[in-house]
Design a protein around this ligand. Structure first.
Ligand code: ADP
Length: 458
């Protein structure tokens, strides 16, 4: 009897243990399920973001989609994106903000923030008071203007998610904020959520990068097409003029019964001019292909810049007399440099021909002076000038700031000039204002300073 009782007691105990284990297992299962559900919800949100971001047309829209997605996953009350402002280290509040109570609302303060330092590399989740001495504080200040949902003042949780795409100059910062106390069921991101937030950042960065690369590619194709049409027009113009001249010569000689057609001096000059124009266009095209394949190698020789400039001006006498422009020179006796004579000639030819082309028949000033072992060459005109916005791009391939209907040119001269000068250890800068003329300044090492070709080899 006692044995039987003891056996039953043991069995009962074993059963109890089993029930406890089952309850624990069930609880674990349910927790795992919750965890799985949460993960599933995150990956669904990420997937939805990637699909929508692929359709976005601006980086700002991508950030907006990311804010919407994260707003759904975590119980923040405000979200605001900061995008690049007017200069390096400057940010402005993105076009849209979110506040849970009032949904998406319009523009925020136009003020810009200058970040003292760089954006953080990792997400920051903290209390706002912990950021009191941080250079990130001004980002929170701008958010103060946003309306918070009505709630007693309480804690203030902040999430800052930096977005730094590797291949696009578009660093941004997403800031989320929560002020009212969290309920038992609510949860904000913690350290263990950072890998997920990092994944989100990667998705946002690659979406922005893809968009920027796509837009660059579209722009490159547009520029190339435009260039092809300008180039065919530009090559055609001198050819047509030469053909017409030759035809008229042959007609005159037939009419006059002359064996050898008589060519007048102005006709000869016109022929020479058009052939020179054709030659220089073809030379520019060849030069660009040499630059592209790294074959623009200077053949250095010692030369006198002053003599070279005088020679180039001499070549442009006919153009100067048609346009009415004149050249005022401020040159030293000589200015010796080590350079590739034909490449440097191209640079000077381009600058002087532009000054004549865009100079509106006014004075062109050309000066050379020495400063700290460098020669400073200035070519200044008083013509149409270039707006600040265009100044940034005219040194790029195919870029022009004027319509091809009004002014000929391939948009390659300044690009080639800059490449040549860089190879020579020099540089070119521009100062200009629309309607007030332009000043191009070239700096080249004088003969006594290090020889660029040699210093590059060492
Ligand atoms: P292009 O052969 O078309 O003149 P460049 O590369 O030499 O090509 O110049 C690029 C563009 O820069 C020009 O199309 C013009 O818009 C602008 N530009 C260059 N030089 C001057 C100048 N002296 N004054 C005004 N605009 C200029």
């Amino acid at each position: 009897m006692m044995d039987e009782l003891e056996r039953l007691r043991r069995e009962n105990q074993a059963l109890n243990e089993q029930v406890k284990r089952l309850v624990r297992a069930e609880r674990r299962l349910s927790l795992n399920r919750q965890e799985l559900d949460a993960q599933l919800q995150r990956f669904r949100a990420l997937n939805r973001f990637s699909l929508d971001a692929g359709e976005a047309e601006t980086p700002e829209r991508i950030l907006e989609l990311a804010m919407e997605g994260l707003f759904d996953l975590f119980p923040y009350e405000q979200a605001l994106a900061f995008v690049p402002g007017s200069g390096p280290g400057r940010f402005r509040a993105g076009p849209h903000r979110f506040a849970r109570s009032c949904g998406r609302s319009g523009n925020v303060s136009p003020d810009e923030i200058t970040l003292d330092g760089e954006l953080p590399r990792r997400p920051i989740a903290s209390r706002s008071r912990a950021l009191a001495d941080s250079p990130l504080l001004p980002f929170l200040r701008i958010m103060e203007e946003m309306r918070f949902p009505e709630s007693g003042q309480a804690d203030d949780f902040v999430l800052m998610l930096p977005v730094i795409p590797a291949k696009a100059a578009f660093p941004a910062l997403l800031v989320f904020r929560r002020r009212s106390p969290l309920s038992l069921l609510e949860r904000l991101p913690e350290e263990e959520d950072f890998p997920f937030l990092q994944l989100v950042e990667n998705h946002i960065s690659s979406a922005i990068q893809n968009l920027v690369l796509f837009r660059d590619a579209q722009e490159a194709v547009r520029l190339r097409d435009e260039f092809l049409s300008i180039a065919s027009h530009e090559l055609n113009t001198p050819m047509t003029s030469i053909l017409l001249l030759l035809q008229s010569l042959s007609r005159t000689s037939q009419r006059d019964g002359l064996e050898r057609p008589q060519i007048t001096r102005p006709q000869l000059e016109q022929l020479e001019r058009q052939l020179r124009r054709l030659g220089s266009l073809v030379e520019q095209l060849l030069e660009v292909s040499r630059i592209r394949v790294g074959k623009l190698v200077p053949q250095y020789a010692e030369l006198d810049l002053v003599a070279m400039i005088r020679e180039v001006i001499q070549r442009f006498q006919p153009e100067l007399s048609w346009t009415g422009s004149w050249v005022e020179l401020r040159l030293p006796e000589a200015a010796r440099v080590r350079a590739d004579p034909s490449q440097l000639d191209q640079v000077m030819t381009n600058l002087i021909s532009n000054a004549i082309k865009f100079g509106q028949g006014r004075a062109i000033e050309i000066g050379i002076e020495e400063q700290d072992g460098e020669w400073i060459i200035e070519v200044r005109d008083h013509g149409i000038g270039i707006s600040a916005r265009d100044q940034a791009r005219i040194f790029d391939r195919f870029e022009r700031a004027v319509s091809s209907r009004n002014f000929g040119g391939l948009g390659l001269g300044l690009y080639i000039a800059r490449q040549i000068l860089t190879l020579h250890g020099g540089r070119i800068e521009i100062e200009s204002a629309e309607g007030q003329g332009s000043k191009f300044t070239v700096r080249l090492p004088g003969v006594r300073s290090a020889r660029p070709g040699e210093s590059r080899r060492t």
